[in-house]
Every structure is written in structure tokens, then in C-alpha cells.
Design a binder for this molecule. Structure first.
Ligand SMILES: Cc1cc2nc3c(=O)[nH]c(=O)nc-3n(C[C@H](O)[C@H](O)[C@H](O)COP(=O)(O)OP(=O)(O)OC[C@H]3O[C@@H](n4cnc5c(N)ncnc54)[C@H](O)[C@@H]3O)c2cc1C
Length: 465
């Protein structure tokens, strides 16, 4: 089936500006009990604080619940924020957060028993990614939501939903507290229980899940500067991954190393008995051993990621955001922008529902999805992921390394997606495929120009910090 791209221009004036008189709901607030809110947001990772901040800015009474003592404290995942997303006016404020390292380069190593090939990509200008530590970043973001007016309760785990006549009206926490909301925003990530209890998140199959193992290695700032600089690193070596792309992302004084695989029947085979064996093979590669010499393991973690959007992200009075809603592209190592965008869009949709006094799944879905469908970043990354995932899943691991080599030589996933469709169309005399490639090329044009613009915006935001 052919992909239909929406016709969007970046910076296009929004059709769905939140109404100003939403603040009139303050009147209702006076009659609200202590445990009653306009919006309850569950989870203070990426999507949650973004949703809570936006909702509070729109004048709503918001409660943000997070199970950790400090937001992000348990999250040692990759965590590079994509600048192509951050230049969106909705996300620019995130450049003011605690940034560990400004990433301007990418190195990819292809390692076979015979030779090691290294490719270095350096855009002529601009930042590619911002490297962050989640234990610092999520905590900062939660503070921002608080400053905007959201009430935040940490060390509070949501255990259950409250339903009245089949509609979700609130949540129950581990201490037995009950909180009621006009709209519940589920931002509890991959292990969300709300989406499950509400029947929106199905049981997942192995090839829809990736199990990652992650190490944080402390080396000290000087050593990280010297050995890693401002680059991220990808490594394609034998028995180091299963249909994924092992990486090292440098932070200020630590580096994060990640690998793993799709949980299909071939995840464990031969000498590979657990994903930690992939990690061991990775860090035993001489090139990595050298880079990590003298380092101390600061944290180790296993992370599960679902690689599948859920069919429906709304129910009456409920919206699923971020990973809870399947808005993540694990194969491209990407999910934070999707979570941040969907958090904000969920808050806007909820505000509209409150204004219209219509809390139906249809109303929420329409206002939530319309913003997602007009987001060029989300649409184009989804397209690239779908296209590449199909070929990845059908290849053995050795061939994936070769394919990645072509992707890197060919100018990255975006160029590769255009090139593949274009060439296939030419070969098969199918002008439809060529047109697809052309449509996609046109769609992403604004993002090909973010280089110098992104630096200007970044400098401005850092100065305002
Ligand atoms: C190994 C790895 C590397 C990655 N690297 C990158 C990368 O470099 N760039 C990128 O863009 N994306 C990356 N991702 C994806 C990214 O981390 C996620 O997509 C993103 O964090 C999703 O945000 P979220 O807000 O939906 O969920 P999360 O960030 O997981 O936040 C969920 C929050 O909800 C809380 N919570 C959960 N259950 C409850 C409950 N019952 N009650 C209260 N609170 C609860 C959790 O404690 C957590 O704070 C990576 C993922 C992995 C696994």
C-alpha cells in the first residue's frame, strides 16, 4: 500500500490553537475537591512533564504522578535528543535543560574478522543531537511543569484505574489514594498499566519487542573528550546484536553503551544465551576495549521497547502518549521527540475536550491525531522506520551490517529511503514508486535546512536559560 503524506509546511500556523478562555475553568476549580483535577498525568519521563507543563500553561488544574523518588532516576537508556525535532517551536524550550554534550558527528564502524571500516559523518554545520542524562533531564523537566503550575507527587505509583459506567474517571495509587480527573493522560511508558487495564494495549509478540541491555561507564570528562569528542558511535560487529544497531553515546563524564535485539525466535542462538552476551562481545571488541580502558561501570540496566503503534490511543476521558501509545521507533533509537510531541498534543486535546465538555474517545482522538498527522518530523521518521524495518526483519544479522554500510555510504536513512524507492520505481517501471520518493523528498525539505537555523535557536535558548 502506498504511503499518503500530508501536505504540511513547517511553522505553518496551527489550525488548532488552544482557546484562551480555557482559563475560565478556574471557576470550576474552586468547587473541585482536593483529589479532583482537570487532568491527571501518569508518569514523569518525557511525555508526562511535557503534557503537565502544557496543560498547566493552558490554565488547567493538573496533577502529575510519578513512581520514582526522582524522575528519570531508573532510566539509563540512550537518550540523545534529535535537533531536527527540537527546532519545532513547541519543543524549543527543551534546549534550556541540562545538556551533557552537544553532538556534531557520527562514527560508524563495520567490523569483520578481516577488516574494520570506519565511516565518519560530519554535517557542514549545525548540531545533530543533544546528549542528556535522564536522571537529570527528567527531573529538570518535571520542575518546569511544576513552575508552570502543575502539582507533582513523586514516589507515587498508580496501581489501578477507577471506572464509572465503563468510563475512566480516576486512578488509585499504591497508598490507596484516589484521584479523579476529567481527562487522564497516560505517560507511563513501555510498562504502562493504565493502557492495559483500559484495554488499549494488547499483549505483544516477540518480534514486536526489543530487549536492550545498557551500561553506563564512568571515564571522567577529560577522557570522554579525548576518546569520544562530540560524536556518537555505532558498531556493527559479529554477534553483538540481533537486528539492532549497537551504540555508544557520550555524556559529560560517562558514556552509555547499548545493544540487544528483537525478541523473536533467533534472539538467543549458539553461544548467545542472554542479551548480556551481545554486550560482552561488544565491549570485548578491541576498538571498544581501548576506548573504555580504566572506566568504571556506574549503572547497568535492561530496557524493553515495543516496536508497534497501538491501534487506538484514546478511550472516553483517556489518552495514551509516548511509549504507552506506541509512539516510538526503536530501530532508529528514537522515541523521546515522539513522547514529547504527543504529551503536548494530548494536553491540548484534553483542554479542548474540557472547553467543549465532550470527553468522548472520538473527540479526543480527532484533536490528538490531527496534530500528530500534521507533524512532519513524526510522519517522516515513521515512514523511514516502516520502510527499513521490513527489510531488516527479513535479513540475517550478518546482512544487516552490510545493509547499514550501504545506508551510511548512501547518506543515512532518509537518503536511503528516497533512493531505494526511486531506484525500485525506475527498475520496475513503476512511476508510483518514483512519485512516492519525490513526495517524501518534498515533505522533508524543511528539515534539510535545519543546520544553521538550529544553532541560532540553540544559542538563543541557552542564553535565555
Ligand atoms: C536503550 C534505549 C535507548 C534509547 N535511546 C534513545 C535516544 O537516544 N533518543 C531517543 O529519542 N529515544 C531513545 N530511546 C527511547 C526513549 O527512551 C523512549 O521512547 C522515551 O523515554 C519514552 O518516553 P515516555 O515518556 O513515553 O516514557 P518514559 O520515558 O519511560 O517515562 C515513563 C515514566 O512513567 C513512570 N511510571 C511508569 N509506571 C508508572 C506508574 N504505574 N505510576 C507512576 N509512574 C509510572 C516511570 O517511572 C517513568 O518515569 C531509547 C530507549 C532505549 C530502551
Amino acid at each position: 500500500m502506498r504511503t499518503k503524506f500530508p501536505t504540511i509546511r513547517r511553522n505553518e500556523k496551527r489550525k488548532t490553537q488552544p482557546s484562551q478562555n480555557i482559563t475560565n475553568n478556574k471557576k470550576d476549580d474552586l468547587s473541585m475537591g482536593n483529589s479532583e483535577y482537570d487532568i491527571i498525568v501518569v508518569g514523569a519521563g518525557c511525555a508526562g512533564p511535557a503534557a503537565a507543563k502544557k496543560a498547566a500553561e493552558l490554565g488547567l488544574k493538573v496533577l502529575l504522578l510519578e513512581k520514582s523518588q526522582k524522575p528519570g532516576e531508573k532510566n539509563v537508556s540512550g537518550t540523545c535528543l534529535n535537533m531536527a525535532a527540537l527546532v519545532d517551536p513547541d519543543l524549543q524550550y527543551l534546549m534550556k535543560g541540562p545538556i551533557e554534550r552537544e553532538i556534531t558527528e557520527m562514527h560508524t564502524y563495520m567490523i569483520t574478522p578481516e577488516r574494520t571500516t570506519m565511516m565518519r559523518e560530519t554535517p557542514s554545520e549545525g548540531l545533530i543531537l543533544l546528549s542528556v542524562r535522564r536522571d537529570e533531564y527528567d527531573a529538570w523537566h518535571t520542575e518546569e511543569a511544576k513552575k508552570a503550575g502543575a502539582e507533582v507527587k513523586l514516589s507515587t505509583t498508580v496501581m489501578d484505574i477507577i471506572e464509572e459506567n465503563g468510563t475512566i474517571t480516576g486512578v488509585v495509587t499504591d497508598s490507596g489514594e484516589k484521584y479523579f480527573g476529567k481527562v487522564i493522560i497516560d505517560a507511563a511508558g513501555v510498562n504502562s498499566i493504565i493502557g492495559r487495564k483500559a484495554g488499549l494495549i494488547p499483549k505483544r509478540k516477540g518480534d514486536k519487542m526489543i530487549l536492550y541491555t545498557i551500561l553506563n561507564v564512568w571515564l571522567g570528562e577529560e577522557v570522554v573528550n579525548e576518546r569520544f569528542g562530540n560524536s556518537i558511535y555505532y558498531f556493527l560487529g559479529p554477534n553483538t546484536q540481533h537486528k539492532t544497531w549497537p551504540w555508544i553515546f557520550p555524556k559529560k563524564d560517562v558514556v552509555t553503551i547499548g545493544t540487544g535485539g528483537y525478541m523473536d525466535d533467533d534472539l538467543f542462538k549458539g553461544d548467545i544465551k542472554s542479551v548480556n552476551d551481545y554486550m560482552q562481545n561488544l565491549i570485548d571488541l578491541p576498538i571498544i576495549k581501548e576506548k573504555l580502558e580504566g572506566g568504571k561501570v556506574e549503572a547497568w540496566g535492561l530496557h524493553l521497547e515495543f516496536d508497534e503503534e497501538v491501534e487506538k490511543r484514546t478511550k472516553d476521558r483517556l489518552i495514551l502518549t509516548g511509549e504507552a501509545g506506541g509512539f516510538v521507533i526503536p530501530f532508529l533509537g528514537e522515541g523521546m521527540p515522539e513522547a514529547l510531541f504527543t504529551g503536548i498534543y494530548a494536553a491540548e486535546a484534553a483542554a479542548k475536550a474540557i472547553e467543549a465538555n465532550d470527553f468522548s474517545a472520538e473527540f479526543l482522538e480527532e484533536h490528538f491525531m490531527s496534530r500528530i498527522n500534521e507533524n512532519v518530523f513524526m510522519q517522516s521518521f515513521r515512514y523511514i522506520a516502516d520502510l527499513n524495518k521490513k527489510s531488516i526483519m527479513s535479513m540475517p544479522d550478518q546482512e544487516i551490517a552490510a545493509m547499514m554500510q550501504n545506508v551510511v555510504i548512501g547518506g543515512g536513512f532518509i537518503s536511503n529511503a528516497i533512493h531505494t524507492s526511486w531506484m525500485k520505481g525506475a527498475e520496475e517501471d513503476d512511476m508510483g514508486l518514483v512519485q512516492d520518493a519525490k513526495d517524501f523528498y518534498d515533505l522533508i525539505q524543511p528539515y534539510r535546512q535545519v543546520g544553521s537555523e538550529s544553532v541560532e535557536i540553540y544559542k538563543k535558548m541557552r542564553a535565555e536559560k
